[in-house]
Structure formats: C-alpha cells, structure tokens
Design a protein around this ligand. Structure first.
Ligand code: PEP
Ligand code: MG
Length: 551
C-alpha cells in the first residue's frame, strides 16, 4: 500500500479500479505533397468535423456543468476558426507543399509558444487550448482516436493533467474520481470536477504515474487529498465504511427537505447557500436552501478575459434572482485582489496583497467598474429579492462612499427610464476587526451584516489564509473571533439590522448553538452543507442552560 498526497478539490471518497488516461501522442511526419488543393480540402473537412465535435461537447457541458464552464468549447471553436491561425496553416500547405497534419502541428506550436511568452497569465494559459485544438484537428485528419480509458463499471481516472475537453467528454456516470499529477485548485478541470460533484485530487506529483496501471485498486479521498494505491484490506474496508456512512447521512438528510430551520424551543433561523456562479443554483435548490447568502460575484470577472459588461452581468444576476422566486439573494460586489487576480485589472504586484488594493478599496478607486456592476445589480433587482453586500469594509466613510454611489446609480437609472426595485437591501461583510469593533457605527447605515469569518480570522489572528504552514496557529474558534461576532450581533440588533455568517465557520456545527445564542439570524454555507446544518438546528434547545459545545 502506498499513500500519495495531493490537494482534494471536491470532498468525497471513492474506492475502485484505476483507469489511466493516456493521450495518443500522434507522431506527425512532414510529408511533401503533390497536390496542395487536395490537402487544403482535407484541412477544411477536418475543421468542419472538429467544430461539430466541439459544438457537441458544448451542448453536453451546458447540461452537465452549466454555461460558464461550457464556454471553453465555444472559445475552442473560435480558435479553430481564427483567421490568422487558418491563414498560417493554409499558407504553409500552399507555399511549402506540406501535409495538413504537419502544417497544423507546426502552426499550433508556433502559436502556443507565442502565447506562452506573453506577460498576461490569461493569454499564457491559452497555449494549452491551442495544443488541445491542434490535437483535435490532427485526430480528425488522421481519423485517429484519443485512447479512451478502460471504463468498465466505475473507475478512478488518473492522468498527468486533463484538458477541459477531456474532462467533459468522459462519461460522468462511469467516473468515480479524478486524480491528477498537476493542476491547480482554480484550473478549469478542478472547477468542472467540483461542479460535476466528482471526488477529485490534484497536484499529486508525477511520481505516482510511474507506479499505476489500468485495473489497480485505489482509494481517492477528496477530503484529505490522499490517494492510496493498493490499499490493504483494512484500509479498504474503512474507506467503504466511510462511503456507506456518507451515503446514509445524505439519505437521512433528504428527509429534512421542506422542513423548517427551527430549534426545539421554537427559534427560527435562515439557512442560505454560498455560490460562485449561476450554474450552482441547481445545487442550492436541490438542497433546499432558503436563499443565497453569498454570491461571490468576482468569479464572473475571474472567468472573463475582460471586464464583463453591464449587460452580461445583468443577465447573470437576473437568472439567479429568477431561479430563486420569493427567496433572498445576497450578491456581494466585486472582491478582486489578494488571491483572486484577474490580469486585465492590471493591478501592480504587492508585497502583502491581502492587505492591499482589494475588494471595496479597488471598487472605490475605480468607480466606473463599481458603477457598471451596481447598474447591472439594480436593473436585475426587479426580478427577485435582492440584497447587495460590500466586502472588506473598515470604516464608516468607505460605507458612506458606497451608499452615495448606489444613490447616484439609482438616479441615473431613473433618468434613463430603467426600472429597479426600491426594496433592495444593503449590507456589509464584517471581515475586518475594524468593522466589528465599530459595528455600532456601521449598523445604523445598513439592513444587514454578514460575518466573513475567513478573512476575519486571517486579519484578527494575523494568519495568512493562503499559507498552509501556519494552520496550527489559526484557531478558528479563537475567543477573539467569537467575541467580534457577538459584538457585531449585539450592535446589528440594537439598530434593527439582521446578521448572518457566510464564512466557512457558518458550517461548523460545533458552534451552531453558540451562534444562535449570540443572536445570529442567518447562516450561509456551501449547498451540500445546508441539510446537515438544518439537522443540527432542529436538535438544539436554547431554553436549556448553556453548555460549551465540543467539536
Ligand atoms: C470570508 O472572508 O469569510 C468570505 C466569506 O469571503 P471570501 O472567503 O470570499 O474572502
Ligand atoms: Mg472575505
């Protein structure tokens, strides 16, 4: 038995046989051809076939993983049709009298190298896409097929890395898990795996590939990031037991759908869900969340190669609001900066980006970007119950500046005859110690607070949340954090504002009782945790004397 460690990007356990994903590395030979015209026709036919395949992949991805993830295939279609790319290939076939396969491979490599050398990280990442479409075109030209992994029954797919097209084309019903040597948490493949709810581990390192073959038994633990090759009987039965327990728990929790989030002594709270994309709405509805407590709108910006237009944003916000009739949807304004970087913002490199130009600071220094988002949000507000939330507030003046811009946006919309709802709630994230400490001053200005405990923990305990080496110092139950939450709750209620928690701590059921006793009105968690939290709430009795909860 050998244990390899990577990073779990979707928490679930799979045990089963391995299928190694190999690519046909098509050897492309340079041949001198007699008739360039025939070769050009072959290239045109291959292009048509590639486009058809990509369109089919787009349709499949649209159903399985939603529009924003499917878009990668429309980008591939655009690349296949790109004029410069095509002219370079056809020019090479005609001028050098080479076979189409060679012209495609050589041109794609030139383009890929050009992309790899670019400063902009987004453009650099396009090199992989160029190679992906080049392989597809060559496959079409040679009628060669990518090696399908052996997929009888369910398998754990192991690969060096997977291109988005490869991930989506695998039969989802037969994939138990993905394990890759490379990849990053925010790579397309990791995002797709999460959205497909398939356990996945990335970054295991190249070594494991030398020791696996089709049919080997393994366990992929998407919680711990452990990939266990040739597990012994005891480890295997423990994993199967964990799987059974997980399945039973999921089954039991289904019975809580449609039930209220009410304690035994009658205290009601809201349990909302956190999302990063409109494509996650399915999971929100499936898990019966009362609303959306945090839509991290910056993912819309991170997925784009340029500032998303007002119209693009309006459509997304409208879709989310319409999918949640009569339920509250809290959309957080842009929280770019720190670990969330989009190159087109052209932000300077900072020594301490978590303490730098991020979130509301960025919006207030670029009011046009902020106003575009606010216009889209207000226009969408007529389609549901919208709440707008500002991240990283540290002072009253910042909040006042945000509120003034909202007023300005509403005035401009009215002047141009555009409708917006007058019932939009405005709130802030309390994720800096400063905001919690002056929450008595902030509360009169807003409808709600939402505790961002991820950042609140990082800033209060001086623990970089990106740094895995200081986890032992990062006590999320630290008394300082709990006191700041309690203080914010007290100040919110004193000024008729409601208060929720949308950081990861909201899902920590060992603290639920304490949060409810503090007066927290809403907890917003990943969709998969909604029913588990409802279960906890329904078993609490706040009329009993308080005992400290244990993990
Ligand atoms: C938080 O900081 O707790 C939060 C919810 O925001 P994010 O994790 O997106 O920074
Ligand atoms: Mg935060």
């Amino acid at each position: 038995m050998t244990i390899y460690r990577g990073k779990g990007v979707y928490g679930a356990i799979a045990a089963g046989k391995i299928a190694v994903f190999k690519r046909s590395h098509l050897p492309v030979k340079r041949d001198r051809i007699k008739n360039p015209r025939t070769e050009l026709e072959r290239f045109e036919a291959a292009k048509r076939q590639a486009i058809q395949e990509l369109e089919a992949l787009y349709d499949k991805a649209l159903i399985e993983v939603g529009e924003s993830n499917a878009q990668i295939f429309s980008i591939h279609v655009m690349m296949v049709e790109d004029e410069d790319f095509n002219e370079a290939i056809t020019g090479m076939i005609s001028a050098q009298r080479v076979n189409a396969e060679y012209a495609v491979a050589a041109t794609a490599e030139n383009f890929a190298e050009m992309f790899s050398a670019m400063e902009d990280a987004y453009m650099r990442a396009r090199a992989a896409d160029i190679r992906d479409i080049s392989n597809r075109l060559i496959t079409c030209l040679t009628h060669n097929k990518t090696d399908e992994p052996m997929m009888d029954g369910g398998v754990i797919i192991c690969a060096d890395d997977l291109a988005p097209s490869e991930t989506v084309s695998l039969d989802k019903n037969k994939v138990l898990a993905f394990v890759t040597a490379h990849g990053s948490y925010s790579s397309h493949t990791a995002i797709l795996a999460r959205n497909m709810s398939i356990p996945a581990i990335i970054g295991v390192g190249d070594e494991f590939l030398n020791h696996i073959k089709d049919g080997d038994l393994a366990i992929a633990n998407g919680h711990s990031g452990e990939f266990i090759l040739h597990p012994d009987g005891k480890t295997l039965s423990e994993a199967r037991e964990k799987q059974r327990t997980e399945a039973e728990k999921r089954e039991l929790l289904q019975k809580l759908k449609g039930k209220e989030n009410v304690t035994l002594d009658g205290r009601r709270i809201h349990i909302y869900a956190n999302i990063g994309s409109a494509d996650n709405i399915g999971a929100v509805l499936l898990n019966d969340a009362d609303g959306i407590g945090l839509f991290r709108s910056e993912f819309l910006y991170l997925e784009s190669q340029d500032y998303p237009s007002e119209e693009t944003q309006f459509k997304v916000y409208k879709r989310v609001l319409e999918s949640m009739p009569a339920r509250k949807v809290i959309i957080r304004t842009l929280d770019i900066g720190a670990d969330k970087q989009a190159d087109y913002f052209g932000l300077e490199k900072e020594e301490n980006p978590a303490l730098g130009l991020r979130a509301i600071r960025l919006c207030l220094t670029r009011p046009e970007v902020f106003k575009t988002q606010l216009r889209a949000l207000y226009r969408a507000s007529v389609f549901g119950k919208l709440g707008i939330m500002f991240p990283m507030i540290t002072s009253v003046s910042e909040l006042e500046a945000c509120l003034a811009i909202c007023e300005q946006v509403k005035r401009e919309l009215s002047l141009s005859g555009k409708k917006y709802s007058s019932e939009v709630e405005l709130g802030i994230m309390i994720e800096t110690p400063a905001a919690a400490i002056i929450s008595d001053k902030l509360a009169p200005l807003v409808d709600f607070f939402s505790m961002g405990t991820n950042d609140l923990t990082q800033y209060t305990l001086a623990c970089d949340r990106q740094n895995p080496h200081i986890e032992q110092f990062c006590d999320t139950h630290h008394e300082a954090i709990l006191r700041l939450i309690a203080l914010s709750a007290q100040n919110a209620h004193a000024h008729d504002a409601w208060i929720g928690i949308c950081g990861e701590l909201a899902a920590d059921t060992s603290l639920t009782e304490e949060f409810l006793r503090m007066g927290i009105d809403e907890l917003s968690v990943s969709p998969a945790y909604v029913l588990r939290l409802r279960d906890t709430v329904r078993k609490l009795n706040l009329s009993e004397s308080h005992t400290t909860s244990e993990t």
